[in-house]
Design a protein around this ligand. Structure first.
Ligand SMILES: N=C(N)NCCCC[C@H](N)C(=O)O
Ligand SMILES: O=C(O)CCC(=O)C(=O)O
Ligand SMILES: [Fe+2]
Length: 311
């Protein structure tokens, strides 16, 4: 479980990104500082802000803006790309359709997953078979999202290198059979504004997304700059806000990293409540191990012994 943290730390990952492929990465002083901060954040909150990530802030903003434009359209337009079993669960999901712990979430979303072809991963991937379906409006939606996904995948891989070092492994410990060919999920999410006077939109304190932990390795959250809605639970059960810090991502650990780290790091409960009078957009990228990693993994890759090494 998380500690009694009161705020979420900010980590500048640029030294790690600069040296990510360096053969002596583990000896680098700048990288060691980042690794130390990652370790502390993963032990305390399981959440941290990422700055110095190299993804253009203009792209981070643009994808939220095109998402807002898409959600602003009438329902009949949005439902053109409806999520279903036939699309491999890719596409538009209306408000209340996503369920967390048995309760409908007050959000709408477009779900995107890495392409899965027939027979990939044996029969294991068949349920997720398909490729993403994109809205025709706005016209540059697909191109921008695909560029964004590539950049998030690259950034996540590099952060995972820092985390592998933090756990006392080698930088590429989480690659190869574990995460060398990562699966990913992108959720483009819209949370209705809170209506002050019992309007038709939604009531105050409606839950945008119920308390949950994410199930992958790492999540990169790109949230609207002007609304505080994401909350993270500490050990005493207090909900600590993760207010937007423009130009940063909120990064959090998922359940699969908890398993791979033998419980040294844990995924932290979080939820979303949009009590602002504005519609809130968030684009969440979920970085996961290889689709078939679970079927081959023999258990934990890191143990306490590994951690007790100096780095
Ligand atoms: N329609 C839905 N919810 N699809 C699954 C998305 C997975 C994201 C999730 N919060 C996670 O734990 O990674
Ligand atoms: O909207 C947010 O800030 C976070 C969303 C989230 O936690 C999720 O989709 O898993
Ligand atoms: Fe989440």
């Amino acid at each position: 479980m998380a500690t009694d943290f009161k705020f979420i730390p900010v980590i500048d990952v640029s030294p790690l990104l600069e040296k990510w492929d360096h053969p002596n990465i583990a000896q680098d002083e700048g990288v060691a500082q980042v690794v130390k901060q990652l370790d502390q954040a993963c032990r305390d909150a399981g959440f941290f802000y990422v700055k110095g990530h190299g993804i253009p802030v203009s792209l981070m903003k643009e994808i939220k803006n095109i998402a807002r434009e898409y959600f602003h359209q009438p329902y009949e337009e949005k439902i053109e790309i409806k999520l279903s079993a036939e699309t491999g669960y890719r596409g538009y999901q209306r408000i209340g359709e996503n369920i967390t712990k048995g309760k409908p979430d007050i959000h709408e979303a477009i779900d995107c997953y890495r392409e899965v072809k027939h027979g990939m991963y044996g029969g294991l991937g068949d349920v997720m078979q398909g490729s993403n379906i994109w809205p025709t409006n706005p016209p540059n939606f697909k191109q921008l999202m695909e560029e964004y996904i590539d950049r998030c995948t690259d950034l996540s891989r590099k952060i995972m290198r820092g985390i592998a070092l933090a756990l006392g492994g080698s930088a590429d410990e989480m690659e190869g059979d574990i995460g060398g060919d990562p699966f990913w999920v992108l959720r483009i999410i819209g949370y209705p504004a809170a209506s002050i006077s019992n309007g038709h939109d939604k009531a105050h304190d409606d839950v945008g997304c119920g308390a949950h932990t994410d199930y992958g390795l790492l999540t990169l959250v790109n949230q609207d700059d002007d609304i505080v809605a994401l909350q993270v639970r500490n050990k005493s059960g207090e909900w600590i806000s993760a207010p937007p810090i423009p130009g940063t991502f909120v990064c959090n650990i998922g359940d699969m990293l908890k398993i791979l780290s033998n419980g040294i790091y844990e995924s932290t409960l979080h939820r979303v409540i949009n009590n602002s009078p504005k519609y809130r957009v968030c684009v969440a990228y979920f970085y996961e191990p290889n689709f078939d990693a679970g079927s081959r993994a023999t258990g934990c890759v890191f143990t306490e012994d590994w951690w007790h090494q100096e780095f």
